[in-house]
Write a protein that binds this ligand. Structure first.
Ligand SMILES: [Zn+2]
Length: 497
């Protein structure tokens, strides 16, 4: 089926000079809306266009990305040197390109990016200042960081088209599409008062992908100011509860484990909110947890799949199918040796190709998640393939404060305290009794001064949560296997029955 062709080329060319950009947010915001509207119309048409439509889009976007990476990224030019023969980059097959790893890309950051004005030092300097969260880098990019296993954060740069595509996919296929009437979604930003009150609960103190993208959304759509609030999951739990109760969100957006912690607080009578929808992401949501959240809150649960490398990879339809945005994202499930697994099988890892972001191309990027691609048709009628994501997620701890009173701790909050405050990354935090935690540091973190820093940070945070009575045992292990964030082992383990 022939679809109207919408070209990004003209919009890609419009970029305000860096020195002007901060002064003319309004022009910026109009251009951003234009880009998002263009991408929205395209995503909407592709969703209804059948399998041939998304595949055609995928193929032409992949050819353009390969051409761009080859012309403008010295890293990829070197990597693909052996392939340069009779065929131009746009004719290369994806499966003949070597996979790339985060560590090597970060090591060659300045050659990886396709704009020589973007440098690792420049981005590092930019993310040092929390006041710049969600503001443009060099007047034309948005940047965020994620914790790395080695202790140095990985840095991600998104161009405006990638952000516009992300906004459009959210509106056309994501939970926003279900929260608002369909005719309203293309212009949802213009209907501030009718918008749901959204609460995002998570890590908000740094340039992390979720909070950066929310801050940017509000910056380019100031009328959203009254609809979105962010809440730190590290604040004392009674303060978090009071802030959420004051806001009374109709939509709660957070990690599945944090949603469960809040559900438990609500069940214990310590949190009085009644969201209509729970939007989850960032960790895997098991069917049991989904059912429990839905029942505890009496709310609809919508899950989505994204990563720092590509915020919008898949989102759930009203029939529970997690549809891959196949026109903008390619996922290849692979085995331990990074060889493709047969169609329909679960991989040990997955390779990501993000077709939307040109400034920092991710082409066959080893993402690490275990993914299965299901070709079965979905009851919603969409021809976009369905993905199943099988995570290896850290566990939620249930700690007893006193007889009959249990408090739940989200693993991501504990990890954030240890990584951001104590700067330790290679650890295992294990609950060994109802009110006892054992922290073991491994590898280069197995040093007395790191143990002391980790103990201070964790005890301080537990005290703030009213859990000063929890016993904390700390130690080191110098010959254990690494447990860093990219590792395959859990770092937070609940008490076994
Ligand atoms: Zn569906």
């Amino acid at each position: 089926m022939a679809l109207p062709q919408i070209k990004f080329a003209a919009l890609r060319a419009i970029n305000l000079p860096a020195r002007m950009a901060p002064k003319i947010d309004l022009v910026d915001s109009v251009l951003d809306s234009l880009r998002a509207a263009t991408a929205y119309v395209d995503a909407f048409a592709v969703t209804r266009g059948g399998a041939a439509a998304w595949r055609a889009r995928r193929d032409e976007r992949l050819a353009a990305l390969l051409r761009h990476a080859h012309e403008h990224s010295p890293f990829y030019r070197r990597l693909y040197r052996a392939l340069l023969g009779a065929r131009p980059p746009s004719a290369w097959r994806l499966d003949e390109l070597p996979p790339v790893h985060k560590a090597e890309l970060m090591q060659h950051f300045d050659e990886w990016v396709t704009d020589p004005a973007v440098t690792v030092e420049g981005v590092r300097e930019f993310v040092r200042d929390p006041a710049r969260i969600g503001t443009p880098f060099l007047g034309r990019y948005i940047v965020w960081e994620s914790s790395g296993s080695s202790g140095r954060p990985a840095l991600f740069v998104q161009d405006r088209e990638a952000l516009a595509v992300g906004d459009a996919l959210q509106s056309a296929r994501g939970p926003v599409a279900s929260a608002l009437p369909s005719w309203l979604t293309p212009m949802w930003s213009a209907f501030g008062p009718m918008l749901p009150r959204l609460a995002f609960v998570g890590a908000v103190g740094g340039h992390f992908a979720s909070v950066v993208s929310l801050a940017r959304l509000v910056r380019v759509n100031p009328w959203l100011q009254g609809a979105l609030r962010t809440f730190s999951f590290l604040q004392p739990r009674h303060e978090l509860a009071a802030a959420l109760e004051a806001w009374q969100p109709s939509v709660l957006s957070t990690y599945p484990s944090m949603a469960w912690v809040l559900a438990e607080e609500r069940a214990a009578g310590r949190l009085r909110i009644a969201p209509r929808e729970i939007w989850t992401g960032g960790e895997s949501l098991t069917p049991a947890l989904r059912a429990a959240l839905s029942e505890r809150f009496g709310a609809t649960v919508r899950d989505s799949y994204g990563a720092s490398e590509c915020l919008e990879m898949a989102s759930e339809c009203g029939h529970g199918g997690m549809h891959l945005h196949g026109d903008w994202v390619i996922l290849e499930p692979v085995d331990e040796c990074l060889r493709p697994v047969p169609e329909g099988e679960l991989g040990a890892s997955v390779l990501l190709t993000n077709l939307a972001n040109r400034v920092q191309p991710a082409i066959r990027y080893v993402l690490g998640d275990r993914v299965r691609i299901v070709r079965d048709p979905c009851a919603c009628g969409s021809a976009l393939p369905i993905v199943e994501v099988h995570g290896r997620d850290d566990e939620t701890l249930g700690v007893d404060v006193r007889a009959g009173e249990r408090v739940h701790l989200a693993p991501l909050a504990l990890v954030t305290v240890l990584e951001d405050e104590a700067r330790v990354f290679d650890f295992e935090l294990c609950q060994t009794a109802p009110a006892t935690l054992r922290l073991t540091l491994y590898g280069c973190d197995a040093r007395p001064e790191r143990v002391a820093a980790a103990r201070t940070a964790l005890q301080g945070w537990l005290r703030q949560q009213g859990l000063g009575a929890v016993r904390l045992q700390c130690g080191v292990c110098t010959d254990g296997e690494a447990r860093g964030r990219s590792g395959k082992r859990l770092r937070v383990r609940a008490l076994r029955a």
